[in-house]
Design a binder for this molecule. Structure first.
Ligand SMILES: [Zn+2]
Length: 403
């Protein structure tokens, strides 16, 4: 599993636009929408890849709109995406209509200056304006850091104001891969415990499961009553459960990453998500989705701390004894969340046992990632340990200044 080449982030800002530029940007929005629509009209039912749509519609856009050459290209690409998305959704989908007041920009049509100034290509002169965001807002993380370069972005017009969703990208680092004696934080995912780390930190999944079950019941109840108020109730409940899910996953992701930092881990290992889902027969349908999002949230936060996040094959991680290596399905007592080795008798919480195995597997076989990780230790609450049992307690690590 090789990831994309770039990390991508978006900084949302308001634009401080001079009066005379306001109209320029508005006319740009109008031309952009028109251009996208012309491209869709030409390509609908004909083609849907970027190259095809560009070939078909580029000249038309140049003739019939006042978009510059690069924006004409971007509009054909935008049209291609819209067509593709419509076709994916539905076999007899309606032709996309461009109504929302947005314009796509890229590194050739926007220029970022110091002091939070930006210049944007329009149908006439370029417009230069200031990016407005809170003084210590997260936006400055990307704007003030040369490692992030401007990428695909979007201009939005709403409630009489312009906003800019400034996209940034940064090459995925190859150089700061973990060193030979790196330490891994193993993470096991589950239903009862959403996540458990090899350092014995537990993140309960009970509330999430409970609320999703409640929501599923409500949806079932309202399925028959297709009234406006029923639909509204369902929509509101849907928004609430989504907010709760997102907040929970962000909290857990933050907890996992700070646990990795606290224990000096440069790698976080998860059981490969597809495999985890297959193994969790008791998993509610939403869990697969929740695991993927959790993984993304962790990867997102970890990237900025130069921690690598990998997935390893989770097979047998819940059945293998971390003390003696004996692997057997009956080592695990799922009902009671216990692990008891049939051979050596060592006992543990079953998710905690699995988390250690995930960490060890990352060391033994290497992760599924093509790049490979030269990790040596798995982090435990009390220190770090190699798969062969070589244990270094935390006190010793602190003594040499490597927590
Ligand atoms: Zn054992």
């Amino acid at each position: 599993m090789s990831g994309p080449e770039y990390f991508r982030r978006t900084a949302v800002t308001r634009l401080a636009v001079e009066d005379e530029d306001h109209e320029r940007l508005l006319s740009m929005v109008r031309e952009w929408k028109r251009g996208c629509q012309i491209a869709v009209n030409a390509a609908w039912g004909v083609c849907h890849t970027r190259n095809e749509v560009q070939k078909l519609a580029y000249e038309k856009l140049r003739e019939r709109t006042s978009l510059g050459s690069q924006h004409a290209v971007l509009a054909t690409h935008r049209a291609a995406e819209a067509i593709k998305r419509a076709l994916e959704r539905d076999d007899d989908a309606a032709k996309p209509e461009f109504t929302s007041p947005t314009v796509v920009y890229d590194s050739r049509t926007l220029t970022l200056f110091d002091h939070r100034n930006i210049s944007l290509t329009t149908t006439g002169d370029r417009v230069r304006c200031r990016l407005v965001f809170p003084d210590h807002g997260y936006q400055s993380r990307y704007l003030d850091d040369d490692r992030w370069e401007p990428a695909k972005s979007t201009l939005h017009y709403r409630d009489g104001e312009f906003h800019f969703h400034l996209g940034f990208r940064r090459p995925r680092p190859d150089v700061d891969l973990p060193t030979e004696d790196a330490t891994v934080l193993g993470v096991s995912l589950g239903v009862e415990n959403l996540a458990v780390t090899s350092t014995a930190r537990f993140f309960s999944g009970a509330e999430l499961t409970h609320r999703h079950a409640e929501f599923a019941d409500l949806r079932e109840d309202l399925r028959e009553t297709n009234t406006r108020s029923a639909r509204r109730t369902l929509r509101q409940a849907g928004e609430r459960i989504e907010n709760f899910t997102r907040n929970t996953l962000h909290e857990v992701a933050g907890g996992i990453v700070s646990e990795a930092e606290r224990h000096g881990c440069s790698v976080i290992a998860f059981g490969e998500l597809e495999g985890v889902q297959e193994m969790l027969t008791e998993a509610a349908p939403f869990h697969g989705q929740a695991f993927k999002r959790l993984f993304e949230f962790v990867a997102y936060r970890a990237a900025e701390r130069d921690i690598t996040v990998v997935q390893v094959n989770p097979e047998y991680t819940s059945q293998r004894c971390t003390s003696c290596g004996f692997t057997h399905p009956q080592n695990r007592d799922v009902e009671n969340n216990r692990f008891e080795c049939l051979k050596c008798g060592s006992e543990a919480n079953d998710d905690y046992n699995a988390a250690k195995n995930v960490g060890f597997r990352c060391i033994r076989r290497g992760p599924l990632s093509s790049r490979g990780v030269g990790a040596k230790y798995c982090a435990l609450g009390s220190g770090r340990v190699t798969p062969d049992g070589e244990f270094v307690p935390n006190e010793e690590l602190e003594a040499v200044g490597k927590p």
